[in-house]
Design a protein around this ligand. Structure first.
Ligand SMILES: [Zn+2]
Length: 558
């Protein structure tokens, strides 16, 4: 609905008021591989001081630093939209005319916005646009000629971040005194104020683009990502960036990441070898194995090595082996002093999503995604087998209760109740798990789903996930398979590691679970708290509601 139309009540889900008096923006989606085309801003409490149900332009007061911060975004070529819940319209506290006068005053003080998207409903209307529903984010992206994944939304409450995530956009929470502590805990990205949020948006945007191209051409690049399937999958965009700048890419991975490595585009060869300084349950260091690994790495003939790690992993022991293997251009993230082990020592602040963290290292090494390649997770099409025919039509919900780390798995009794609730709501549920998780998947599926425990390898699971309408999963590899397929995720996220770094990347997501549970930031592999409280409190009805927010219906459609 346009801002110049008077009656906001004609349609139950009238999506938006937009800036009708302005020329259509056309497509602005940048061909360059940037993170963001647009910044969406909540109005009350984010751009201007929150005056409840304000219909008076005289009461508009921008938050400190707002004008200068917005002008920085405009100068960087980012488009701006306001996305705001105004239930005062539904409740009759002010008129559409008064609201437009307020918006005119906002633009007088803060400059022009490319679009205004307003939800005029209140909660009782059950519309698709009142945040945390994602309707305004979808509408804003459409108005601005881009996609939600290329938008970042700044807001002051959990509803704002929830709407962003449910559309697959990034969300920055700028807390105010009214922001609830649990909303702050659940947010993957927070900033102290609007100027700080803007500074970090621009920093992240800049960080994935090389400041200088590689000084010498790269014939063979050796990229490294040890650890598990999820770790390898989230490094995929960065590996594609390196592949765009190198003739040949050799990936060193560990045994637990091998199946994921096979799925990555851009990889020409794979070397599989465990790294005892990375593995969570390492064997003793075997000098002979290290000598043999060094020889294999030397035989690659790489003229550049890019060593990807997650935070709290060290790239330096491998950098030493790479030096001994004769590789003289090595890039890695290291807070620890690297001496002469690294040519490019890259630093990244805590909280950056793993795929962007890795992309920023690739950029520091001179590489970026080619034009037209989005910074999203992707799989090689030819590496994913056809889906088993006996699973019926696409449109089912996948529930994956397990995880390699038990601290991040959904408790089986909770998963069982979720399956029952989903079945009651009309969803077809497939329960997936590895060969060692068959007892759990059988028990969980008995509540009303189909047990696929042990039936698939990772590639087969990717095929099943790709045809799902949504995946319900903890912080584990299949969440990243869903992201790679663009399939919405209900994330049962144990807060042992930061959600902002490890949450499903650039895919519509609803986060459930207690983000402030005592296991927060412990990086524990098995839950350190009796009863696994971060996930044991998830209510099955919350999962059903999450699917509704993600527009996944129980009829099998989406
Ligand atoms: Zn609405």
């Amino acid at each position: 609905m346009r801002q110049d139309q008077e009656d906001p009540y004609q349609r139950r889900s009238a999506p938006v008021y937009a800036a009708a008096d302005r020329a259509g923006p056309g497509s602005v989606a940048s061909p360059r591989a940037v993170l963001y085309d647009a910044v969406l801003l909540d109005r009350d409490g984010t751009l201007i001081e929150d005056v409840p149900y304000n219909g008076d332009p005289e009461k508009v007061r921008p938050v400190p630093g707002a004008r200068a911060a917005l002008d920085r975004l405009r100068a960087a070529g980012l488009r701006l939209a306001v996305v705001t819940n105004q239930s005062g319209l539904a409740r009759g506290y002010f008129t559409g005319e008064q609201m437009r006068a307020v918006h005119a005053r906002v633009e007088e003080l803060l400059g022009r916005f490319d679009a205004w998207l307003v939800c005029p409903h209140d909660d009782a209307d059950g519309c698709d646009c009142r945040k945390p529903a994602p309707g305004l984010v979808y509408a804003a992206a459409r108005e601005l000629g881009t996609t939600p994944s290329r938008c970042v939304l700044v807001g002051d409450i959990g509803r704002d971040v929830g709407a962003a995530m449910a559309a697959g956009a990034a969300g920055v929470l700028v807390p105010t005194p009214v922001t609830r502590p649990e909303e702050v805990a659940a947010a993957g990205w927070t900033a102290t104020d609007l100027p700080a949020a803007v500074a970090e948006i621009l920093r992240r945007q800049q960080a994935v683009q090389p400041s200088t191209p590689p000084t010498e051409p790269v014939r063979t690049a050796l990229v490294v990502r040890s650890d598990s399937a999820g770790d390898v999958l989230v490094t995929g965009p960065a590996i594609r960036a390196v592949a765009a700048g190198a003739e040949r890419v050799v990936l060193l991975c560990g045994p637990r990441g091998r199946a994921a490595a096979n799925l990555l585009p851009g990889v020409d060869e794979i070397i599989e070898h465990p790294l005892p300084w990375i593995d969570p349950a390492p064997g003793p260091v075997d000098p002979e194995a290290m000598r043999s690994l060094t020889a294999r790495l030397g035989a690659v003939g790489a003229d550049q090595a890019v060593v990807f790690t997650s935070f709290h992993q060290s790239a330096l022991p491998l950098a030493l082996l790479l030096r001994m293997a004769g590789i003289d251009r090595i890039a890695a993230i290291s807070d620890d002093y690297p001496g002469s082990l690294l040519d490019i020592r890259h630093r990244v602040p805590v909280g950056v999503p793993e795929p962007e963290r890795a992309l920023s290292l690739a950029a520091a090494a001179g590489h970026q995604l080619p034009d037209g390649d989005e910074p999203v997770l992707r799989l090689r099409r030819d590496a994913v087998p056809p889906r088993p025919a006996d699973l019926g039509d696409p449109g089912y919900v996948v529930l994956h209760p397990g995880s390699a780390a038990s601290s991040r798995a959904c408790p089986p009794e909770v998963a069982t109740r979720i399956v029952g609730a989903l079945a009651d709501a009309g969803h077809r549920v497939l329960v997936t798990g590895g060969p060692d998780e068959r007892a759990v998947t059988a028990r969980v599926a008995a509540a009303g789903g189909t047990d696929l425990g042990g039936r698939t390898d990772l590639a087969g699971l990717a095929a099943i996930v790709a045809d799902a309408s949504a995946v319900v999963v903890g912080n584990t590899g299949p969440a990243h398979l869903a992201a790679a397929a663009g399939v919405p995720v209900v994330s049962l996220f144990a807060p042992t590691v930061p959600f902002g770094q490890w949450g499903p990347y650039r895919v519509p997501t609803v986060r459930l679970g207690d983000a402030a549970a005592p296991c927060r930031d412990t990086r524990a592999a098995s839950c350190p708290v009796p009863g696994h409280p971060c996930l044991s409190g998830v209510e099955p009805g919350d999962v059903v509601d999450a699917l509704r927010i993600l527009a996944v219906s129980g009829g099998g459609g989406r």
